[in-house]
Design a protein. Structure first.
Length: 408
């Protein structure tokens, strides 16, 4: 059984961890920042060293291609090199490094392949400096309007647009280089799980079936402000108390649904937020995610049962945004599972909670993902960690999956 190289993969992880190193085990590497451009240059240098031709498209997505033995569309694999502020050394970058490792192994071992193999780097996946997330895969897959994206303004520099950063980067290429069905036959993206399931259940590999659908609601409770010392309890219209009762109701009801449902109240505001005043307006959010649209519908029914008045306070709510669940290409999902089994790696099928570039690409070409465990489930922080041995298993499954696609 051919294997990627542990030493070589470890060297890649360590080398790329230097670009934007925070000195505390993580990186800050915003898209198109000086640190991200250094990472891109290293990527280009290493890919050219194994004979790849590197091109970029008009959103600065990078494509490094090694030729196949036949004139066919390419098989793609990759992820993103940008990070959130004080992020980890694995989110995104590991998908690029394992794809490089798989390509290097194929070249080093002289493994024949009919299709060209392309390692792809998507620009601005995190949306940490220029919103939204998954910006450039979104543009080329028809999800976002390009002009609006170019006008996206940096959060830390008023008036500075993504379009300007793109022009300055030196990586803006031709629209003709965009991934498209005539040039690409499939995409496989490896990513860290960013959650605790694989580690806790003792699995080496997550065979990703899709991305969970999600809804996000904002609730508003309107009561009456009053003096904390003079207003008897029976006369109060306490908006915070009404909100707390509703959060409790939501937990009680939602816990009766499927155990794979995850939901969060992560944001709450209380007006006037003064310890001597009864709150008159409280807002909170509810984020709920599940792979099955039927369960999401049940969540909506539970929300609809909230009365228009709770504890004498007026209740209103609105949907802030939502995302449909995404299913990856079943044949490719099977290849990932088969590949993991061949190496004797324990694996389970899993749905992704977070969004990834691959979820836009699947609308254009056959696509799937591979997860490796995240120690402690940590992600988007400096504690994010996956041992190189565990990353290597992912790289091997990726390598084998690419060869299965090549043979189909
Ligand atoms: Zn990511």
């Amino acid at each position: 059984m051919v294997s990627c190289s542990l030493e070589s993969l470890d060297d890649k992880i360590k080398t790329f961890g230097k670009f934007g190193d925070t000195g505390r085990g993580g990186v800050t590497r915003f898209s198109l920042s000086a640190e991200a451009l250094d990472a891109r240059a290293e990527f280009k240098r290493r890919m050219e060293a194994i004979g790849a031709k590197v091109v970029t498209d008009d959103m600065a997505n990078m494509y490094a291609t090694i030729p196949g033995t036949e004139t066919l569309p390419a098989i793609l694999s990759g992820s993103h090199l940008d990070s959130v502020r004080q992020g980890g050394n694995f989110d995104g970058v590991l998908g690029v490094l394992t794809a490089m490792e798989a390509a290097e192994t194929i070249v080093r071992e002289g493994i024949p392949h009919r299709h060209p193999l392309t390692v792809v780097v998507w620009t601005n996946e995190e949306g940490a400096r220029f919103e939204p997330a998954m910006m450039s895969s979104g543009v080329i897959c028809g999800k976002f309007d390009k002009a609006a994206m170019l006008d996206s303004v940096a959060k830390d520099k008023p008036g500075y647009t993504f379009g300007e950063a793109l022009d300055k980067s030196g990586y803006k290429g031709s629209e003709a280089n965009r991934m498209s069905p005539d040039k690409a036959v499939a995409l496989v993206e490896l990513h860290i799980e960013q959650g605790p399931v694989l580690e806790n259940e003792g699995f080496d590999i997550g065979v990703v079936e899709g991305v969970c659908g999600m809804i996000n609601f904002e609730f508003t409770f309107t009561g009456q402000a009053g003096h904390a010392g003079t207003t008897p309890m029976k006369y109060r219209q306490d908006a915070l108390y009404a909100a707390v009762k509703t959060i409790q109701y939501l937990h009680d009801e939602l816990d009766e649904l499927d155990s794979r449902l995850v939901y969060t109240t992560g944001k709450i505001s209380c007006h006037p937020n003064i310890h001597t005043i009864i709150p008159d307006e409280v807002k909170f959010t509810l984020d709920a995610r599940h792979q099955n649209p039927k369960v999401i519908k049940q969540v909506l029914e539970i929300i609809k049962k909230i009365p228009s008045e709770v504890e004498k306070c007026r209740v209103s709510y609105s949907e802030a945004w939502s995302r449909k669940s995404v299913a990856y290409t079943p044949e490719l999902v099977d290849y990932v599972e088969k590949s993991a089994n061949e190496y004797g790696y324990s694996n389970r099928r899993i749905y992704s909670g977070p969004g990834h570039d691959a979820q836009y690409v699947v609308d254009v070409i056959p696509t799937t993902m591979i997860f490796v465990p995240s120690v402690g489930g940590h992600s988007h922080c400096e504690l994010e960690y996956t041992p190189t041995e565990a990353c290597l298993k992912g790289a091997n499954v990726l390598l084998r999956t690419l060869l299965y696609i090549d043979g189909q």
